[in-house]
Design a protein around this ligand. Structure first.
Ligand SMILES: C[S@@+](CC[C@H](N)C(=O)[O-])C[C@H]1O[C@@H](n2cnc3c(N)ncnc32)[C@H](O)[C@@H]1O
Length: 246
């Protein structure tokens, strides 16, 4: 795993964060050191996806990056066949994912699509994954995407979503930030790396609060919503579509 040193030297000016070739090359190191409980999140999401997947439908991974979820899911499914569509707009991320699929005996069950997830023509799905990706969409486009996901889910289907969140109360928000930067420091990021990455993500990653997410899920039609994992400013939700809905 190549080490993430992208922000280790003082940059004359910090460009906005992009999922480009440099980031794709160090993505696994970056995400494990920057997202608390990442391994646990992907593992449980793969287990949930395998549990809720129904034959004749798809699993759709929106913002799939280099395939950590997909590869985990293939192992989780074992010999059970599946249809999965994995979507990302970053070509370097998908190139890494495709190589992993080419080297996996059941890798041909996952179809990679390079597209903006807002533009994707969806197909009936029993599971949709939206992991650490909604936060990168313009705020004005988030409601419509969640509504389309609700529409594309089959009755009893699930949306699994993890996001960086912001607390609505300022002292609690500051406490979450403090512990988040502490976590990054414990994982070997210097103060310079932490502050330059924060600048790069400013206006690129815009977190919502748990309340905003929950209201959006409810407005889209999800009545069964649970937070199955929470770590300060990171939250994993499961949203279930009612059995009797179509
Ligand atoms: C933090 S990563 C997601 C991590 C991944 N889901 C995982 O669990 O390992 C965000 C991904 O979303 C992709 N992305 C961001 N905005 C997108 C958009 N509008 N359409 C498609 N992909 C997008 C980025 O290229 C990036 O690979």
């Amino acid at each position: 795993m190549s080490q993430d040193t992208i922000y280790s030297k003082k940059l004359p000016s910090v460009p906005p964060f992009e999922f480009n070739e440099n980031v794709a090359g160090v993505f696994n190191d970056m995400i494990h050191r920057s997202v608390p409980l990442y391994r646990e999140t992907v593992k449980r999401q793969a287990q949930l996806a395998a549990r809720f997947y129904t034959k004749g439908t798809a699993i759709i991974d929106l913002g799939c990056s280099n395939g950590n979820f997909g590869m985990r899911l293939l192992n989780e499914m074992g010999k059970r066949p599946l249809r999965m569509i994995a979507v990302d707009n970053s070509a370097p991320m998908l190139a890494i994912y495709q190589k992993l699929l080419d080297n996996h005996p059941s890798g041909n069950q996952i179809e990679l699509i390079q597209a903006n997830i807002q533009d994707l023509a969806m197909e009936p799905a029993s599971v949709v994954i939206l992991n650490l990706t909604l936060q990168f969409l313009p705020i004005a486009e988030r409601d419509a995407l969640i509504t389309r996901i609700h529409q594309t889910l089959t009755p009893g289907g699930i949306l699994l979503i993890t996001e960086k969140v912001i607390h609505e109360e300022s002292q609690l928000s500051a406490l979450q930030q403090e512990f988040y930067y502490r976590f990054k420091g414990e994982n070997g990021y210097s103060n310079l790396e932490i502050s330059q990455k924060r600048d790069a993500l400013d206006n690129v990653l815009v977190p919502d609060s748990v309340e905003t997410h929950t209201a959006r899920f409810n407005a889209a039609g999800f009545t069964k919503v649970d937070i199955w994992q929470k770590w300060f400013n990171f939250t994993s939700f499961i949203c279930m579509k009612d059995e009797e809905e179509s």
